[in-house]
Design a protein around this ligand. Structure first.
Ligand code: NAD
Length: 438
């Protein structure tokens, strides 16, 4: 791949995972630079994501130091083995696992203590972070924006998971001045976490996630919000299509308000395109005799031009209200989804080959556990998938242990909306026992 400038390219990296490159990526041609992976990493922000990074790196023998504005979170992360308390140790690389708006300030604050380290972050929107560092005069040559396409709807170190990133794409956005050494170090961190690097520039990343992640969230929330005034009797007719389309409307409003505000410019085009498509259908619809729904009252924005801060404040309020209404709509769904809140989830990594799913289900049957539902998520860039088995509350941990004993790599989340998750780590089944189910 040295010297490649193709707009879309991919290749197998040294560990067999398929790296991808979208667009011309600064310094990408230097990626074969023989740079040793960082042997020490400081993780700033010991929430769900930062603690998961710490656990993953520790498992690969990296010295991990931890820091957070909330000391209680550092202690929880240390208790579960994600690393040690950072005091002033000099490291090779710093992962800023904190909200995007805080990344630039935190990087600058750490520079005197970390004179040579490269830095990366994991926030969901990339251009605004790069802009903030530039505005504050930070060293963009030592920075690579990152965004793991993995996560959970839960927050805090107690939900962290060393396997969270396995096989997942992890966007890497080098700046125009990022050094090859910084890029290689960040890429090594990503690979040590088990993720698959995708090299893309920040603008294209933000446009992509606006279409592929942020627009679906707003759409799901808006759809789910429409269920709020619908009578119970009618909601009983909600089928799998409605449930699938609104699943992500359970997400937290505060998180999404922040994401939408920081990626507002990139969202305009896909949102306009979606509305135009729906509007074309609307125009051809005859008036109906009896409407199930009144159109929602949407407060118009002020007609006079607004300063940026006021505009962002209004956008934030609208998104908060929309996502909260979507949460309410989901809570109104009858039976199955209410029961789903009480199910344990067992998430297992399966190899993408014939018979693996059957082998997993047979193992669950042999453990005497009834699988209520299941969901398969494929990783196109990696020859694995993640299967979520939904089982009765209380059955998740015994099933996880039984699967682990047979060599499956899995983790258990007691109660889909329950208070804690429990990692049940075991040797991965990818090259393991032959399938008995063909
Ligand atoms: N949760 C997900 O599914 C997901 C997925 C991809 C990316 N992300 C990104 O990962 C980052 C962390 O998210 P999370 O889910 O772990 O959130 P979280 O709330 O679980 O953890 C964030 C942690 O950062 C700490 N923090 C905040 N500001 C800080 C500062 N200035 N200095 C030190 N610590 C600070 C908080 O105390 C908290 O412990 C965010 O940028 C988020 O957008 C999250």
């Amino acid at each position: 791949m040295t010297g490649t400038t193709a707009s879309q390219a991919s290749r197998a990296s040294t560990d067999g995972q398929e790296e991808a490159r979208v667009g011309s990526s600064p310094a990408a041609s230097e990626l074969l630079l023989p740079v040793a992976p960082p042997s020490s990493v400081l993780v700033v922000g010991t929430g769900l994501m930062g603690t998961s990074v710490g656990l993953a790196l520790r498992a690969r023998g990296v010295q991990v130091w931890l820091s957070d504005i909330d000391q209680g979170r550092v202690e929880t992360a240390m208790d579960i083995g994600a690393g040690e308390q950072w005091v002033s140790e000099v490291v090779d690389h710093v992962v800023l696992a904190i909200p995007g708006a805080a990344v630039a300030h935190e990087m600058l604050r750490l520079l005197p203590a970390q004179p040579t380290a490269s830095f990366s972050d994991i926030a969901a929107v990339k251009s605004s972070v790069q802009r903030d560092i530039e505005t504050l005069g930070g060293p963009l040559d030592r920075f690579v924006g990152g965004h793991p396409m993995a996560g959970r709807e839960l927050e805090g170190p107690e939900h962290a998971d060393a396997e969270l990133f396995v096989g997942r794409p992890w966007a890497l956005c080098a700046t125009s001045s990022t050094t090859p050494t910084s890029l290689a170090a960040t890429r090594a961190v990503v690979q040590l976490c088990g993720a698959v690097p995708v090299f893309i520039n920040a603008e294209r990343h933000d446009a992509s996630v606006a279409l592929l992640s942020h627009l679906p969230q707003l759409t799901a929330s808006a759809l789910s919000a429409l269920a709020v005034p619908v009578a119970d009797a009618e909601l009983r007719l909600a089928g799998q299509g409605w449930r699938d389309m609104t699943r992500i409307a359970d997400s937290p409003a505060d998180l999404w308000a922040g994401i939408v505000v920081s990626n507002a410019a990139a969202l305009r085009a896909p949102l306009t395109a979606l509305i135009a498509r729906l509007h074309a259908v609307l125009q051809e619809l005859p008036p109906s005799a009896r409407e199930l729904l009144e159109p929602p009252v949407v407060t118009p924005l002020a007609s006079s031009p607004l300063d940026l801060e006021t505009q962002q404040g209004l956008l934030r309020e609208h998104v908060l209200a929309l996502v909260a209404a979507g949460n309410s709509g989901r809570r109104r769904l009858p039976d199955k989804d209410a029961a789903a809140g009480r199910w344990d989830r067992v998430l297992a990594v399966v190899a993408d080959r014939p018979g693996e799913l059957a082998r997993l289900l047979l193992a669950a049957g042999a453990a005497g556990v009834n699988v209520e539902d299941l969901h398969v998520e494929h990783q196109a860039s990696h020859r694995t998938g993640e299967v979520t088995l939904y089982v009765q509350e209380g059955a998740g941990v015994p099933l996880g242990l039984a699967l682990q004993a047979q060599g499956w790599r899995c983790r258990v989340e007691p109660g889909a909306r329950g208070p804690r998750s429990l990692a049940v780590d075991g040797p991965v089944a990818l090259g393991g026992a032959e399938s008995s189910a063909g």
